[in-house]
Write a protein that binds this ligand. Structure first.
Ligand SMILES: NC(=O)c1ccc[n+]([C@@H]2O[C@H](COP(=O)([O-])OP(=O)(O)OC[C@H]3O[C@@H](n4cnc5c(N)ncnc54)[C@H](O)[C@@H]3O)[C@@H](O)[C@H]2O)c1
Length: 381
């Protein structure tokens, strides 16, 4: 029976993963601050499972606090490191906080591992993000050159003139997005992404030198029941669901054809459970996604249908600096290393999500406020 520490285990992914691990016979300890941005100012609603599940211990504390983290690591076989700040736009101005929580928290974790403070730990699994790729992999359109290319971030000037698709940086030639592989170039386009890449490097370097097994899961857009409905900085489906329930229009950035790889949280939880328990430690990066790119305009309309609501969508032509254009994972490694194929189809997942949302209190719509913050800081056009 494995004892596993899950940092940030009270959050969205943790709320699926932790019960799954317990159900598979593991003993789990959760270390979580219950951050107000995620859980509200008075956390409690919906968190009973943390304190009344057998083989589950909840500790309120931070990965950035050495006393909390040392105690949480005591006697555990593995660590699944989920704790992080996750808002891409917000990370562009709350830089110090994002680096402290994401980078310093991970640095403290590996510092303790490297210095013998957690001798029982045999494996660390990190929740990383596809954002580390930046724009991700492309090939030249028209098939004149099959070479893979990872374009740089789109400039504000290009987006202001409605040139949404990344182009070849040398020739300006048109490009077509292809599924991004784990060994494609990383090129973070936001502070959040930079902190995730720093987390990856810290885990890989220290685990390899300390002889601790590891796996780095690069998650695509995770959605599903339990997603924070309070956080206006991340989670497009949560944000849209609140607006649908309030009868508000859904503003779609760019031309609506930007795409994301949506993967249901139960498939993501299964990937973590496998990565931490697989007999052979993966010791590599693994993409976790559906492998399918869905345009944002299309997902907005599908979500309206899942709520049986009128399709009130408006393509705004606005944009956020740091956003990528397309997102689609190559999931061959997920299959070969973890033996997993995502099982939840998008339509089925959206129906599950919508029926869960409808059973929750109706949150304030804070999208306009979050966008105003970005505009004031010239992060939006
Ligand atoms: N949800 C996604 O679409 C997605 C995509 C890519 C990567 N990820 C990564 O997966 C991980 C989990 O994401 P999530 O969607 O469950 O996020 P979440 O915000 O729902 O959960 C994060 C949890 O971490 C806790 N936390 C924050 N700072 C902490 C600290 N210093 N110490 C202890 N706990 C702390 C929060 O209270 C929260 O419960 C994150 O590392 C995120 O970067 C998520």
């Amino acid at each position: 029976m494995q004892t596993i520490l899950v940092t940030g285990g009270a959050g969205f992914i943790g709320s699926h993963l932790v019960p799954m691990l317990v159900g598979q016979g593991c003993v789990v300890r959760v270390l979580d601050t219950l951050a107000p941005q995620i859980h509200g100012m008075l956390p409690g609603d919906g968190l009973d499972w943390l304190t009344n599940t057998a083989n589950l211990e909840f500790v309120r504390g931070s990965v950035t606090n050495e006393v909390d983290l040392r105690a949480a690591l005591d006697g555990v076989d593995s660590v699944i490191h989920l704790a992080a700040e996750t808002g891409t736009g917000q990370s562009m101005y709350e830089i110090d906080r994002y680096c402290r929580e994401n980078v310093q928290g991970t640095a403290l974790l590996v510092h303790l591992l490297a210095n013998g403070a957690a001798p029982s730990v045999r494996r660390v699994v990190l929740a990383s993000s596809r954002s580390v790729y930046g724009e991700g992999a492309y090939v030249y359109s028209g098939g004149q050159n099959a070479a893979r290319i990872t374009p740089s971030s789109r400039t504000a000037e290009a987006m202001r003139s409605g040139q949404w698709e990344p182009v070849c940086p040398d020739t300006g030639a048109a490009l077509t997005a292809v599924p991004t592989r784990e060994n494609d170039r990383t090129a973070p386009a936001s502070v959040y992404a930079a902190t995730k890449l720093a987390q990856e490097d810290l885990i890989r370097i220290v685990c390899e030198s300390a002889g601790v097994g590891y796996a780095i899961l690069r998650l695509q857009n995770v959605y599903g029941e339990g997603q924070s409905l309070n956080n206006p900085y991340t989670g497009i489906l949560s944000i849209f669901s609140t607006r649908i329930r309030r009868g508000l229009e859904l503003p779609i950035f760019e031309d609506g054809l930007e795409s994301r790889d949506f993967v249901h949280v139960s498939d993501v939880a299964a990937a973590f459970a496998k990565a931490v328990q697989a007999e052979v430690s993966p010791n590599c990066v693994i993409n976790v996604g559906s492998g399918v790119a869905t345009p944002v305009l299309e997902i907005a309309k599908s979500l309206c249908r899942a709520f049986n609501a009128e399709e009130r969508v408006r393509v705004s032509g606005q944009f956020r600096l740091g956003d990528i254009r397309h997102n689609m994972a190559d999931v061959n490694r997920l299959r070969s290393h973890l033996g997993l194929v995502p099982t939840v189809e998008l339509e089925q997942g959206l129906a599950r999500f919508a029926s869960w949302v409808l059973a929750q209190p109706l949150p304030e719509d804070r999208l306009d406020q979050a966008n105003e913050e970005l505009s004031k800081r010239k992060m939006m056009g």
